[in-house]
Design a protein around this ligand. Structure first.
Ligand code: NAD
Ligand code: UDP
Length: 356
């Protein structure tokens, strides 16, 4: 299939592009690079064995989004493009509504106008808020606790309304739990700008010596060792599910909300120990006060993903830590490292706009 990947230069999107290309799909990336680097394109070219087309497009620009669909025919869209920092979303909610929701509306409008009827959407376990019970099933109550989460819930809802209004339009909302790790090549991975908000990139930066100590947010949660428990999932497993979701849309022609997790919870200290085993480095930490808005324990019931997509996670926490460490130690400054010519964007045939 000919697939438009919005946000394909980002952390999860770049891994999905590798998987989609490996399955023989033709991939076109659209990204504003608001939270990614054009340098990823050369890494992708190395992994895929051919350049991937890429357009620098901000989904907030309705005309530019429309332009993407003019002159090329897509069979499906995979939509990763969003701002995703919870704390920032509390400080700048309108920017999050504009970027995530308005951008998605423009994308859906262009898809409808051009008769593109298949969508795989990056949703999040954040739509469950603080769940009543674990493991979390897809029919658990949806309630969000911050503006970022609200954008994900609203986007799911407006996609649902579009599906209801147009019987030919089908979407799979993939609710990711905690994506971590990196491609086993060490060529692509997560490259957060500034201080990482999430546990794994923070642990990586402590291990590589960029930060002194990890602050563990709370040692008195009602969990196995008092620290927060999450369902970490390897980004390569996650990427695979997007290709499986596209196959599902083609095969079954219906919509679904699907959890993507391993079904296993890992505490902060369990992850720290796994990372120390994988890296051979000590991760110094202090247990500090709980982080506002955190919850004790969240992990998925991933059985629907298996039933509908034939998917299950294959990598365990040790593999996640190993691959995260390989990426981090090979690229301590993310895509700033390595002999990559950013201006040439790796020689990929990028949109003229990309070199402006
Ligand atoms: P990321 O920031 O690495 O990737 C998102 C990409 O979208 C970036 O390349 C960014 O430049 C691009 N983008 C953002 N706004 C855009 C716009 N208006 N127009 C065009 N491009 C735009 O994030 P990620 O971790 O790869 O996350 C991908 C998706 O998965 C996001 O929708 C995120 O909300 C969702 N998600 C992520 C996590 C996680 O922990 N990483 C968890 C659950 C859900
Ligand atoms: N966490 C932590 N220190 C950090 C970052 C995160 O102790 O610097 C904890 C956090 O309290 C939670 C777990 O690690 O229990 C995962 O946090 P993350 O922000 O990665 O994911 P989320 O909370 O969004 O699921």
């Amino acid at each position: 299939m000919h697939i438009l990947v919005c946000g394909g230069a980002g952390y999860i999107g770049s891994h999905a592009c590798v998987e989609l290309a490996a399955r023989g799909h033709q991939v076109v990336i659209a990204d504003s690079f608001v939270n990614s680097s054009p340098r990823v394109l050369q890494r992708l070219q190395t992994l895929v064995g051919a350049p991937l087309a890429c357009h620098r497009v901000d989904l907030r620009d309705r005309g530019a989004v429309e332009g993407l669909f003019t002159g090329q025919r897509f069979d499906a869209v995979v939509h990763f493009a969003a701002l995703k920092a919870v704390g920032e979303s509390c400080q700048r909610p309108l920017d999050y509504f504009d970027n995530n929701i308005a951008g998605t509306i423009h994308l859906l409008q262009a898809m409808q106008a051009h008769g593109v009827h298949r969508l795989v959407f990056s949703s999040s376990a954040t739509v469950y808020g603080d769940p009543d019970a674990v493991p979390v099933r897809e029919d658990a109550p949806l309630r969000v606790t911050n503006p970022y989460g609200r954008t994900k819930l609203v986007m799911e809802q407006l996609i649902g309304d579009l599906c209801a209004s147009d019987p030919g339009f089908h979407a799979v909302n993939l609710r990711y739990f905690n994506p971590v790790g990196a491609h086993p090549s060490g060529l692509i991975g997560e490259a957060p700008g500034g201080v990482p908000n999430n546990l794994m990139p923070y642990v990586c930066q402590v291990a590589v010596g960029q930060r002194d100590r990890l602050a563990v947010f709370g040692g008195d949660w009602p969990t196995v060792d008092g620290t927060g428990v999450r369902d970490y999932i390897h980004v390569v497993d996650l990427a695979r599910a997007h290709a499986d979701a596209l196959d599902f849309l083609v095969r079954e022609g219906r919509s679904a909300n699907i959890n993507l997790g391993t079904g296993r919870g890992t505490s902060v200290l369990e992850l720290v120990r796994a990372f120390e085993r994988a890296s051979g480095r000590m991760v110094a930490y202090d247990i500090v006060a709980r982080r506002a808005g955190d919850v004790a324990e969240v992990y998925a019931d991933p059985s629907l993903a298996h039933a509908l997509l034939g998917w299950h996670a294959e990598h365990d926490i040790d593999a996640m830590c190993r691959d995260a460490w390989r990426w981090q130690s090979n690229n301590p400054r993310g895509y700033e490292d390595g002999a990559v010519d950013a201006d040439a964007a790796g020689g990929a045939p990028v949109d003229a706009a990309l070199s402006r």
